[in-house]
Design a protein. Structure first.
Length: 159
């Protein structure tokens, strides 16, 4: 597409000129009347504005599919001999369906799952570590108390 007037563009799109002028104004494209020329970039800006205002979240870029499904069919005829010299022809149709998922999508899902598991594990691991630390402190305090008691007992016996 090349530069065309707003009047021609409105006719191509199939909307009234005054509606197109108001939409261009809302999109931030400065035009004064129907004889002004509109560039391809201004058309793209108008389209992006209209998509955004009508609720479409996708951009103008073409997005690649996340998965592709291939369906294949093959036809064969098998001749089977029956009794008494009769030959039967059997038609065989094989259908194959393969779905290929984009690797980045699968990896992203696995990464999210791993992050969720890690975030769920962190509180329990910290609680377990705190419990182990407390038990170690209690064990150390108990050993010190036993050693102190044994030392006092040894001093009393010696005295």
């Amino acid at each position: 597409m090349s530069d065309v007037t707003i009047k021609q563009f409105a006719e191509d799109v199939g909307i009234p000129v005054d509606l197109l002028l108001t939409q261009l104004g809302e999109a931030g494209i400065s035009v004064s009347d129907a004889q002004d020329k509109i560039t391809d970039q201004q058309k793209i800006d108008l389209l992006a504005h209209l998509r955004k205002s009508h609720g479409k979240k996708e951009s103008l870029q073409i997005t690649e599919p996340k998965k592709i499904t291939l369906k294949r069919k093959s036809h064969q005829e098998i001749k089977m001999s029956g009794g008494m010299g009769l030959v039967k022809t059997v038609s065989v149709e094989v259908r194959k369906k393969r779905t290929y998922v984009k690797r980045s999508v699968v990896e992203e899902a696995a990464r999210k799952r791993a992050e969720e598991e890690a975030s769920q594990r962190r509180p329990t691991e910290s609680k377990e570590q705190e419990l182990a630390r407390r038990q170690a402190e209690e064990e150390l305090a108990r050993k010190l108390a036993e050693e102190e008691a044994a030392r006092k007992l040894a001093e009393e016996e010696a005295a």
